[in-house]
Design a protein around this ligand. Structure first.
Ligand SMILES: Nc1nc2c(ncn2[C@@H]2O[C@H](COP(=O)(O)OP(=O)(O)OP(=O)(O)O)[C@@H](O)[C@H]2O)c(=O)[nH]1
Ligand SMILES: [Mg+2]
Length: 369
């Protein structure tokens, strides 16, 4: 356990930057109201530079926060906070220890937890706040500050045609489902979408992707089971180019990050895409199961090495996932979290919004200002 109220040097770059909270990033392609500067002047009031506390940071609009909260209500993280805060504890060492336990058991990870707790401890020593409410308010800011730098949406409007997304990840994390949801999303933006059935390993995989294709009226390029996945995506990119498709999304077979041979295969898939378009794939999207816990860190490390991951999707946050792994991933890699999966339905993929996410995890009373 970490000890509180003791002096400990803070690593130079360890403190979450308060300015990250006060300056939401410029939106790129997909903008959510909670992070759109100027969208709602009341909601996005910029905190005074000299007072970086989060009391002044934008709260997600109430309807949005409640819809995220509805989906995340089973999160162990949310439940832990709710129980801690409902006890109206006074701000003492025991309270901070409980908070630390909450973060650790919520999958936030030791590194991010240490940073958050140490920062809060220093702020208590500076008497920036003196009650539990003030502390939780500060915590909200710390959590948001960790996530704001990784809340950069995918920008498929780069001029690349087609823009190619390669999805990767371990078995069963939600790759194919995410592809189905993404197809729907971009069809709704009036983009021409095509899918590549690069999972030739599992017999039912092509069928599963075809079903999503049929549901959305999207063409799926596929070959027989057991075909070389690199050949499938090569063929798909050629077809997509010839047809002037805007967005090609390639599925791949789930693989354990420890299976070196299968991991190397992803490198080959990347290379053949590059033969047709040297800038492809434009996005390597790793899908992470939000219930995985700290193992997600190893997964990302290995897929990053093998496939050059450029963005993350964290799925299944609607279930029993603790949700905290998002903070651990943000701290460890700084890779953009493009989307989160909040259910199995076609519309249950949300562009990641750090304000709505954090506000949904924290007790109601804290965010309804
Ligand atoms: N509750 C919930 N379930 C999800 C979500 N995303 C995916 N799933 C479910 O997770 C299961 C696995 O999803 P798939 O899309 O087949 O996963 P995959 O990564 O393609 O699996 P492999 O191809 O076998 O590696 C399915 O039952 C999906 O419905 C989500 O955001 N929430
Ligand atoms: Mg699949």
């Amino acid at each position: 356990m970490l000890r509180f109220f003791r002096k400990k040097p803070t690593p130079p770059d360890a403190t979450p930057r308060a300015d990250a909270v006060s300056n939401p990033p410029e939106p790129i392609a997909e903008v959510t109201p909670a992070i759109m500067p100027g969208h709602d002047s009341a909601a996005v009031a910029t905190p005074e530079a000299s007072h970086p506390e989060v009391a002044a940071t934008p709260a997600a609009p109430a309807d949005k926060a409640s819809s995220w909260r509805e989906r995340l209500r089973n999160s162990g993280f949310a439940r832990g906070f709710s129980s801690l805060f409902s006890r109206q504890a006074v701000l003492d060492e025991d309270f901070l220890e409980e908070l630390e336990t909450c973060l650790l058991t919520g999958d936030v990870g030791v590194t991010a937890t240490t940073i958050i707790i140490e920062d809060l401890r220093q702020r208590i020593e500076r008497k920036e706040f003196s009650d539990a409410r003030g502390l939780l308010d500060a915590l909200r800011g710390e959590l948001i500050a960790l996530l704001v730098p990784v809340s950069e949406p995918i920008n498929i409007y780069t001029g690349a045609r087609p823009f190619v997304i390669l999805t990767v990840g371990v078995n069963g994390v939600g790759k194919t489902t995410t592809i189905g949801k993404l197809a729907r999303r971009y069809l709704d933006e009036r983009k021409q979408v095509m899918l590549a059935a690069g999972d030739t390993f599992r017999a039912a995989a092509v069928e599963q992707l075809r079903t999503w294709g049929e549901r959305n009226g999207v063409h799926v390029v596929a070959q027989a089971d057991g075909a070389d996945p690199a050949a499938v995506v090569f063929d798909a990119l050629q077809t997509a180019k010839a047809r002037g498709i805007d967005l090609l999304i390639a599925d791949t077979a789930g693989r354990l990050h420890t299976q070196q041979g299968l991991m190397d295969e992803l490198g080959k898939v990347r290379r053949v895409l590059g033969k047709i378009d040297p800038t492809a794939p434009h996005e390597v999207l790793q899908v992470i199961d939000g219930t995985t816990g700290q193992n997600a860190i190893n997964q990302v490390r290995q897929f990053q090495k093998a496939a050059g991951v450029t963005g993350l999707v964290v799925t299944k946050l609607d279930g029993s996932a603790k949700g905290g792994v998002i903070f651990a991933l943000a701290r460890e890699f700084g890779l953009p979290i493009r989307f989160v999966g909040l259910g199995e339905g076609v519309h249950d993929l949300r562009a990641f919004d750090p304000y709505a996410f954090v506000d949904a995890l924290l007790p109601d009373s804290l965010v309804s200002r």
